[in-house]
Design a protein around this ligand. Structure first.
Ligand SMILES: [Zn+2]
Ligand SMILES: [Zn+2]
Length: 342
């Protein structure tokens, strides 16, 4: 028996829209064409290449980027593809690791050599350029896997691996601003709200108009104020992070910034930003984006999260319901993060 013997995919039966289907191989949920629902598939066992680990997936959290890829708002680089880039997996020798969005970099370009591997032009991203975690088995480059702290369950660890990380990187980009606005209070914001409050910042949470449920959720996680994104907070903000993919929020956030404040756009996709008067940018206000993550971001956040401690609000879905998890994210039907359990 090969070393893969215990790692083989299962023979499984599933029921899809009332039809009983037998599949043989690794159970996976696949995006065949953008704009169409994810569908169950049976894939051959993945074979790890040089430097890669074979992983049995224990949990994979859903990210808004999965939704954008599913809906065609960002371009797919390979089809079919297994989405999912917040993976908690077990190696063949029993180590639990986390696999983030940053799947591989060349390590030698000007960005990699200057501590900015998140900007590597040859970077490979998990669940886009290589198959991700909405499957029983996957492979990942070992250099880009994180050791996970004890005491964080699989479900609690998975959302940190993109939502937490991009939120953490965005938070670092806000400098030491005391009064922090969070626009769009989903997976990333609900984690970073807790980190920011732990660091002694004052958090102001902005949601869709009238979304009392999410505003209450934000207050329960340490936000001192929560309100509609169109309303002005009770005082000026030193920084704002925009997690929602809504370009109108950029000039809205700029309007409530104090002098020298920064608006950080944390998403991979956003609708166009409307024009605004230069006076709103004047006095050293700035707008910037954050992209991807570095392994240093991951090491810092994974050390910090248990100290806060960051408590993830998680809704779990079985693998076969991954499409439902993405639909529920689109519709805002859960608080926090959806996590798929194969
Ligand atoms: Zn590079
Ligand atoms: Zn992501």
């Amino acid at each position: 028996m090969s070393t893969l013997g215990t790692f083989r995919g299962t023979i499984a039966s599933i029921t899809l829209r009332g039809t009983f289907v037998m599949i043989t191989g690794v159970r996976a949920i696949v995006l065949e064409r953008q704009g169409e629902p994810l569908a169950p598939a049976a894939l051959p066992d993945p074979v790890p290449g040089p430097g890669q680990l074979l992983l049995r997936v224990r949990a994979c959290a859903v990210c808004r980027t999965d939704l954008h890829l599913r809906d065609g708002e960002i371009a797919a680089t390979k089809l079919p593809v297994v989405l999912g880039h917040q993976i908690v997996g077990m190696t063949e020798d029993g180590r639990r690791v986390g696999v983030p969005w940053l799947g591989w970099t060349d390590g030698e370009c000007r960005y990699c050599r200057s501590g900015r591997e998140n900007l590597c032009e040859r970077a490979v991203f998990t669940g886009r350029d290589i198959d991700g975690g909405f499957a029983e088995l996957t492979v990942a480059h070992e250099r880009f896997c994180f050791a996970l702290p004890e005491g964080l369950s699989d479900e609690q660890a998975a959302p940190l691996l993109c939502g937490g990380l991009i939120g953490y990187r965005a938070l670092r980009m806000t400098g030491n601003g005391e009064r922090l606005g969070l626009y769009g209070f989903g997976s990333a914001a609900h984690m970073i709200c807790q980190v920011a409050a732990f660091e002694g910042r004052r958090v102001f949470a902005f949601t869709r108009a009238g979304d009392q449920r999410t505003q209450n959720f934000a207050r329960s996680l340490g936000a001192e104020w929560a309100g509609d994104s169109g309303t002005a907070p009770p005082e000026e903000l030193d920084a704002a992070i925009i997690f929602a993919p809504v370009g109108e929020l950029v000039p809205a956030a700029l309007k409530v910034l104090a002098r020298g404040g920064v608006v950080v756009c944390a998403g991979i996709h956003m609708s166009d930003i409307p024009s605004f008067p230069y006076a709103d940018l004047w006095l050293e206000r700035s707008i910037r984006s954050v992209a991807n993550l570095t392994r240093k971001d991951g090491e810092e956040l994974l050390a910090l999260a248990p100290r806060v401690p960051v408590r993830m609000s998680v809704t779990t879905y079985p693998l076969e319901r991954t499409e439902d998890a993405i639909a529920d994210l689109r519709a805002g039907r859960f608080e926090g993060t959806a996590v798929v359990i194969p």
